[in-house]
Write a protein that binds this ligand. Structure first.
Ligand SMILES: [Zn+2]
Length: 428
């Protein structure tokens, strides 16, 4: 087929699954990819995550001329047929969108919002968050973009716009080629602290030719709520409930953990909790870098000193371990050191849930320790009725539901809908 002067979209992975979305938009001799994570399937019990293993288990797609050519296994992949200009865009810092960025060819530029770059660099400072590449020290180069910035790759123009999600710095992409206007939502919602960002994005995406939209929340039928989980309808509701529970437990050691990328939730905890909130040092440094906030912090045993943290905000780990009334502190390790009878709040922290074999092991450890486990959860993904609202704000000519187990449940009253299979290419 002669594709000269045509825009094509290829769905390399991330179809009929949650995670590992890799989509390619191509126009003549330029192509862009988004995102660059892996599918998360802990039940496979893989003992290593080399490129050949990930390819074999279909956790990442076969891509021509995209992976670091120095990685074993990369040489077995086809080279692109001709010289193409390539760039990769990341919507946000969650692993299913970013985990394999160190496997990307270092010659290919990687663009993301400034906040996502900072979060990824922080989470990966011990080189345990992203997949490690022996040829890359730390985290590969990322080009930080400001909200609303536009990058041009050949004749493809990409504008990055922040949206509300439970990873701060999450973004959607508006993609314009000479013959098409495409939109990628990344992961988004309306029930966090940044609803207006999602709404502003929808306005700019209005009337798009092709909307590639996440549908995580429609994946599940009336989801059986896990008995130990209190599911909250907004970030604010979660904080309100947490304040209630902290207030109801005055003479008790109180600890919590959350997901570091959700920096706004940590900021809200600092603000609202009627105890002195103390964060693990890396989290305090991340909050300082991304939001400019100083928080009390501590170093767990064996942690590395962080220069940017102010000494007057330091609290000793021993003080926290002995406390029952003054502090509300983030625990990330050493759960076996918590006091019997204490209360621990699991706020969408790792391990994330039942699907991860590590979850039951974690619960058993707390039980043995006689620590009460309370789980409060608030989804990072738009509720089903909000997905419909987002579609009504954008009114796409064609809708492509992705990042979901049930794409057929997302409908487009404003035009066509396409349900692609993995590997399909759409020609616009
Ligand atoms: Zn996400």
């Amino acid at each position: 087929m002669d594709l000269k002067g045509k825009t094509t979209v290829t769905f390399h992975s991330g179809i009929l699954t949650i995670g590992g979305t890799v989509i390619e938009v191509r126009y003549e001799d330029a192509r862009i990819f988004f995102d660059f994570g892996t599918e998360f399937r802990p039940e496979l019990g893989l003992t290593e995550e080399s490129l050949p293993t990930l390819l074999k288990n279909r956790l990442v797609p076969k891509l021509a001329g995209v992976y670091d050519p120095r990685l074993p296994g990369a040489e077995d992949l086809p080279a692109p047929a001709e010289d193409v200009e390539t760039a990769v865009f990341l919507s946000h810092a969650h692993l299913d969108h970013a985990k394999m960025i160190n496997y990307l060819d270092p010659a290919i530029p990687l663009y993301t919002l400034r906040e996502t770059k900072a979060i990824l660099a922080s989470l990966n400072q011990n080189e345990t968050f992203l997949l490690p590449n022996p040829h890359v020290t730390g985290t590969r180069e990322m080009i930080a973009l400001e909200a609303g910035a536009t990058v041009t790759v050949g004749q493809i123009q990409v504008t990055i716009l922040p949206v509300d999600h439970d990873a701060y710095g999450a973004a959607a992409l508006l993609i314009k080629t000479p013959d098409a206007f495409l939109t990628y939502t990344g992961d988004l919602r309306l029930h966090g602290y940044d609803r207006e960002l999602t709404e502003a994005f929808c306005k700019q995406a209005k009337g798009t030719d092709l909307l590639m939209m996440e549908g995580v929340s429609i994946s599940f039928d009336e989801r059986e709520e896990e008995p130990d989980t209190q599911v909250m309808t907004s970030e604010q509701a979660l904080i309100d409930r947490l304040v209630e529970l902290v207030t109801e437990n005055p003479q008790r050691q109180l600890t919590f953990n959350g997901y570091p990328a959700n920096v706004k939730r940590f900021a809200a905890i600092l603000e609202a909790i009627p105890r002195t909130v103390v964060l693990e040092a890396n989290m305090a440094a991340l909050l300082q870098e991304v939001l400019g906030l100083d928080a009390y912090y501590y170093y767990p045993t064996g942690a590395t000193f962080i220069e940017s943290l102010k000494p007057e905000f330091a609290i000793s780990y021993e003080t926290l371990l002995a406390d029952q009334e003054k502090y509300f502190w983030q625990v990330v390790a050493g759960f076996d050191q918590l006091q019997a009878g204490s209360l621990y709040f699991h706020l969408d922290a790792e391990p994330l849930g039942d699907f991860d074999p590590a979850y039951q092991i974690f619960l058993d450890l707390l039980k043995k320790q006689e620590v009460t486990f309370v789980r409060l959860a608030c989804s990072g993904h738009a509720f089903p009725e909000d997905l419909a609202e987002i579609i009504s704000m954008i009114q796409p000519k064609t809708l492509v539901p992705i990042h979901t187990l049930k794409p057929e449940k997302l409908v487009n009253p404003y035009g066509e809908r396409i349900l692609p299979s993995r590997g399909d290419t759409i020609v616009l």
